[in-house]
Design a protein around this ligand. Structure first.
Ligand code: ADP
Ligand code: MG
Length: 230
């Protein structure tokens, strides 16, 4: 028991550290990228290889922050009753610029009054990671549909894309650390997502067909929120 306590204290410290590292590192990365790009414009031909390597490494660092640490917050572990619609309004706000940039349409249909227990930052991280994969799977064209409902004391959320899809081999390796099929992938996104959903006593399931698309189904125990009288 003692050991467990110490472990969770350590986890708390690590999470807090991760949050401040993500915050502190992102700005200098962006500034450095800007300067490198300026340099690239007036380069000697021989500089090109090094400049490109530097830019790629910066993008890699930036992707790790996005997949792992976007929503890391010092008040990590704070569990509250989450409103699914409210959470998805924020998630959409983050992903729509990304979808606009890379192509693809997102449509979200979530009713009011769906509630689950969890940490708001982590919930958002989990779904941003799932939906970012959908955006990337579209390769510029297609759509992502999100819908949710309550049934048998579970809240079920569907994320469906008509992107490139996956074969059995890829499906069986999802969530494995550093498993990625992308040149700039981290292979950390779904590992983080699976862990968050597990901690929330939820379940995640993938249906996918190569060349057709992917549907991700996530279920959490539902919370009946008491409505204040008056
Ligand atoms: P990353 O996105 O950095 O590659 P992830 O853990 O997020 O790492 O995803 C692992 C792999 O799973 C991806 O590289 C991709 O091959 C596959 N994948 C996940 N979601 C989808 C999806 N919606 N459509 C197609 N492939 C997917
Ligand atoms: Mg990903």
């Amino acid at each position: 028991f003692n050991n467990e306590l110490q472990r969770s204290e350590k986890m708390e410290i690590i999470s807090e550290l991760a949050a401040s590292v993500a915050h502190e590192v992102r700005n200098p990365l962006q500034v450095t990228r800007g300067f490198l790009q300026l340099l690239a414009e007036k380069q000697q031909p021989s500089d090109k290889v090094y400049l490109n390597m530097a830019l790629e490494e910066l993008d890699r660092a930036s992707n790790i922050i996005t997949d792992f640490l976007t929503f890391a917050k010092p008040e990590v572990g704070k569990v509250t009753t989450l409103d699914i619609l409210e959470e998805f309004i924020h998630i959409e706000g983050i992903l729509i610029p990304m979808a606009n940039l890379q192509g693809g349409k997102i449509s979200v249909h979530i009713p009011k009054n769906l509630h689950v227990k969890g940490n708001s930052s982590k919930f958002k991280q989990a779904f941003v990671n799932i939906m970012k994969n959908s955006i990337e799977a579209l390769h510029g064209e297609g759509n992502i549909q999100v819908w949710a409902y309550e049934e048998n004391n579970y809240v079920t959320i569907h994320i469906k894309d008509n992107g490139e899809g996956m074969d059995e081999e890829v499906l069986s390796r999802l969530g494995e650390p550093y498993f990625s099929n992308k040149t700039k992938g981290t292979g950390l996104g779904l590992m983080v997502t699976f862990r968050i959903i597990e901690v929330m006593n939820g379940e995640i399931h993938f249906n996918s067909e190569k060349g057709v698309g992917t549907e991700v189904i996530i279920r959490f125990p539902s919370i009946q929120k008491k409505v204040d009288a008056g």
